[in-house]
Design a protein around this ligand. Structure first.
Ligand code: URA
Length: 442
């Protein structure tokens, strides 16, 4: 089928066959299709959607666009891969993966870069000078065998079709699509050879699914693909109304994740609860705990014992970064300008719009607005006060970390940051746990 006919079929609401999708993905991968045709098709999918049969076929075609890692010979399995559907300040993988590895679960995780207003684990890790994310599959496997964990990027070897589509979706307003998100995530997870999959499906202003119903539909699609491919998969729906933790921005988030593992008492409580909850679910999915209570206790013990910090340190060293976490903290890039905003009035913080903060971080240089953009790892936002806090007028709310070129835009960025906050006389009703629902294949 000619490419124009293929695009028109989706534009007019048709259903692609597996053969058509394989042919298209083959040409996306070998570079024979121009970006404008791929982008037109992405927009057609965004507007028209896909049937479950198409999503599965697309996922398999994307998975097969490169190599598949075979982890069946990995000792101490089953191996686990964990993935988030994308959030703001979402550094959970940097805390959760080392803790799961510390529990003896082999974790080989394929991560993505920033997408739209959401950050990406690969951009965060690349903020660490020397850190290599483009591991070859044999190298990643050897690393998991020796130290228990590896986080790598999609590459020309692994799920290359996702790399191409991901970069185009990021800049063509085609991110918030269940078929495109599900195929992107699951093609990477399946190419990475995971024997168990844990998915953190975000819900709220700082995620691609703003409403619970949409997030449920995405979770259902992800879990169905896992089941159809024979991989036990669990999706956890989690709150993404305000940024996660204290920081948004690549180097700032790496620093925060290191500090959570080294000194958990400094962690932002809801972020810590989310990380521990995800570790507990990972333990359950990999049959390392008998029930939810034992899983939660084990997660807390792992955090307190400091073994998670040791695992993160080993991974940073193995992938080319500094020899220990203290050295990593000293070499993380720092922005040259800082300035803060203050509470304009007294009251409770009733909302802190995660999407507005994510978009601000992108505008400051922490994310991309064109495919060729380079992120600035040093810039970002440190939040001192979040939802539920009571503040006095004039109290510092948040600090901006800016690059020198942004000096003239300082007041504009400060105004954007302040507009993300809402104040009221009564505290907001927050969900009792950051984990809202769980959807499991078993
Ligand atoms: N993470 C991915 O890998 N892909 C998406 O589309 C969204 C989040």
């Amino acid at each position: 089928m000619r490419t124009v006919e293929f695009i028109a079929k989706k534009r007019d609401g048709g259903e692609h066959t597996e053969e058509e999708l394989r042919d298209f993905i083959g040409r996306v991968t070998d570079g024979s299709l121009p970006d404008y045709q791929i982008s037109a098709w992405l927009m057609a999918v965004f507007l028209r959607g896909m049937t479950m049969r198409e999503v599965r076929a697309l996922t398999r075609a994307m998975r097969d666009s490169g190599e598949r890692i075979d982890l069946s010979d990995m000792p101490n399995g089953p191996t686990l891969d964990k993935h988030s559907t994308g959030g703001v300040g979402d550094k959970t993988s940097l805390v959760v993966v080392p803790l799961l590895a510390a529990a003896g679960i082999p974790v080989l995780k394929m991560s993505g870069r920033g997408l739209g207003f959401s950050g990406g684990t690969i951009d965060k890790l690349e903020a660490i000078p020397g850190f290599r994310t483009a591991l070859k599959s044999e190298e990643a496997k050897a690393q998991v065998r020796s130290i228990g964990l590896a986080i790598l990027s999609q590459s020309s070897q692994l799920a290359p079709a996702d790399g191409k589509l991901y970069a185009l979706r990021d800049v063509t307003a085609t991110v918030e699509s269940i078929p495109l998100i599900a195929s992107s995530i699951m093609s990477k997870k399946l190419a990475g050879g995971a024997e168990r999959i844990l998915l953190d499906v975000k819900v709220g202003s700082g995620s691609f699914m703003r409403e619970l119903e949409q997030a449920r539909a995405l979770a259902g699609t992800l879990v169905t693909i896992g089941v159809q491919e024979g991989v036990p998969t669990q999706a956890v729906l989690t709150d993404m109304e305000e940024p996660l933790g204290w920081t948004v921005g690549n180097a700032l988030e790496v620093e925060e994740a290191i500090r959570v593992l080294q000194s958990p008492e400094t962690a932002e409580p809801r972020f810590l609860a989310l990380c521990l909850g995800l570790v507990a679910h990972g333990l359950l999915v990999c049959e390392r705990a008998r029930d939810a209570e034992e899983a939660q206790t084990t997660a807390e013990q792992l955090l307190r014992s400091g073994v998670g910090a040791a695992k993160l340190e080993a991974m940073i060293r193995a992938q080319g970064g500094p020899k220990d976490l203290d050295a990593a903290l000293t070499v993380l890039p720092r922005a040259p300008i800082t300035c803060w905003i203050e509470a304009p009035e007294e009251g409770f913080i009733t909302a802190l719009d995660a999407r507005a903060i994510g978009l601000l971080a992108v505008a400051m240089g922490a994310g991309r607005t064109t495919k060729e953009d380079r992120v600035d790892p040093s810039v970002g936002i440190v939040l001192h006060k979040k939802r539920g806090a009571w503040v006095r007028a004039g109290e510092p709310l948040a600090t901006l970390h800016l690059k020198a070129e942004s000096a003239s835009q300082k007041e504009h960025f400060k105004a954007l940051l302040l507009s993300a906050y809402r104040f009221g006389a009564a505290p907001p009703a927050l969900p009792s746990s950051p984990i809202l629902e769980v959807l499991s294949s078993s």
